[in-house]
Write a protein that binds this ligand. Structure first.
Ligand code: T3D
Length: 255
C-alpha cells in the first residue's frame, strides 16, 4: 500500500509509503492520500492528522518515471484536491518531514498546519531543474511564508534548503534532531488531540482567509468565526476550567 493509516487515540498517522522512490507521488498514491484525509475527517474520533514518510525521504514530488504522455495538468487534477483538502480539513495537520521534501513533496508539507522537520531533512523546489514551475501551491505558499526575495531564490535556483534554515526563514515551525522527530511529532499530535478542535479548525479558516483579506474584511471574518467558536461546548468548558483553576477537558465536539 502506498499510503498507510494508523488509528491512534484522538489522531491518525498517515504515512507515505514508497520508500524505495523516496515516496515520490503517483496518481494512485495521491488519490489514496486524499481518501485517507477524507476518512480522517469523517471519523468523529479523529481530532488531528499526522503526516509523515516511510524510509529516508519524506516525498520526492511527482514520480518522474510515471508521468507518461498525459498533459501535466491532468496530474494536477489529482494533486490539487489534495492540497485543497489539507487546507480545508477542519483538523490540525502536523507534518513530520523525515527526509528530503522535493517538488510537489515540499509543497505537500507546506500545505500542512504545523511542520516539523528532521535536522537532516531539506526542502527543494526541484521544479526549475526540469523546466517546470512550483505547483501544488508552491507559488502561493512560498512568498507568503518567506517573502518574495527568498521565494524567487528557492523557486528559480532549486537548491536544497536545510531544515534549520527552513525554520529560521519561517518556512516551517521547527527543525528537531533526527532521532527525536517522530517522538516530538507524535507528542504534538497527541497534545493537539486534547485541545478545542472546533476552535482550532476555525483558527485555521481565519488564518487562511487572512491571506487574501484586508484588515477591515478580516475583522468581520474574526467576528463571525469567533461567534461560532463561542457557541462550542469547548469554549464553555475552557472558561469554566479557568475559573475553577483546573485543566480543561475539551471534547472537540461542535455541540
Ligand atoms: O503535473 C505536474 O505538474 C507534474 C508534477 C510535478 C510536480 C513535481 O513534483 S516536479 C518535481 C519532481 N521531483 C523532482 O524533480 C525531484 C527528483 N529527485 C531528486 O532530485 C533527488 O532524488 C532528491 C534530491 C529528492 C534526493 O536525492 P538523493 O541523492 O538523496 O536520492 P536519489 O538517489 O536521487 O533517489 C533515490 C531513489 O529514488 C533513486 O532511485 P534508484 O536510482 O535508487 O533506483 C531515484 O531515481 C528515485 N527518485 C527520487 N526522486 C524521484 C525518484 N524516482 C522517480 N521520481 C522522483 N521524483
Amino acid at each position: 500500500m502506498t499510503v498507510l493509516v494508523e488509528r491512534r487515540a484522538g489522531y491518525r498517522v498517515i504515512t507515505l509509503n514508497r520508500p524505495e522512490r523516496l515516496n515520490a507521488l503517483t496518481v494512485d498514491m495521491g488519490d489514496a492520500l486524499l481518501a485517507a484525509l477524507a476518512d480522517a475527517e469523517a471519523d468523529g474520533a479523529c481530532r488531528v492528522v499526522l503526516l509523515t514518510g516511510a524510509g529516508r525521504g519524506f516525498c520526492a514530488g511527482q514520480d518522474l518515471a510515471a508521468v507518461g504522455d498525459a498533459p501535466l495538468s491532468d496530474l494536477l487534477e489529482h494533486y490539487n484536491p489534495l492540497i485543497r483538502k489539507l487546507r480545508a480539513l477542519p483538523l490540525p495537520v502536523v507534518c513530520a518531514v523525515n527526509g528530503v521534501a522535493a517538488g510537489a513533496g515540499a509543497n505537500l508539507a507546506l500545505a500542512c498546519d504545523i511542520v516539523l522537520a528532521a535536522r537532516s531533512a531539506s526542502f527543494v523546489q526541484a521544479f526549475a531543474r526540469i523546466g517546470l514551475i512550483p505547483d501544488c501551491g508552491g507559488t502561493w505558499f512560498l512568498p507568503r511564508l518567506v517573502g518574495s526575495a527568498r521565494a524567487r531564490g528557492l523557486a528559480m535556483l532549486a537548491e536544497p534548503l536545510p531544515a534549520e534554515n527552513a525554520a529560521e526563514w519561517g518556512l516551517i515551525w521547527q527543525a528537531v534532531d533526527d532521532d527525536k522527530l517522530i517522538g516530538e511529532a507524535v507528542a504534538l499530535a497527541a497534545r493537539l488531540a486534547t485541545q478545542a478542535t472546533q476552535g482550532l479548525a476555525l483558527t485555521k479558516r481565519a488564518l487562511d482567509a487572512a491571506e487574501t483579506n484586508d484588515l477591515d474584511t478580516q475583522l468581520d471574518v474574526e467576528r463571525d468565526l469567533q461567534a461560532e467558536a463561542g457557541r462550542t461546548p469547548d469554549y464553555a468548558e475552557g472558561v469554566r476550567a479557568f475559573l475553577e483553576k483546573r485543566p480543561a477537558a475539551f471534547t472537540g465536539r461542535s455541540r
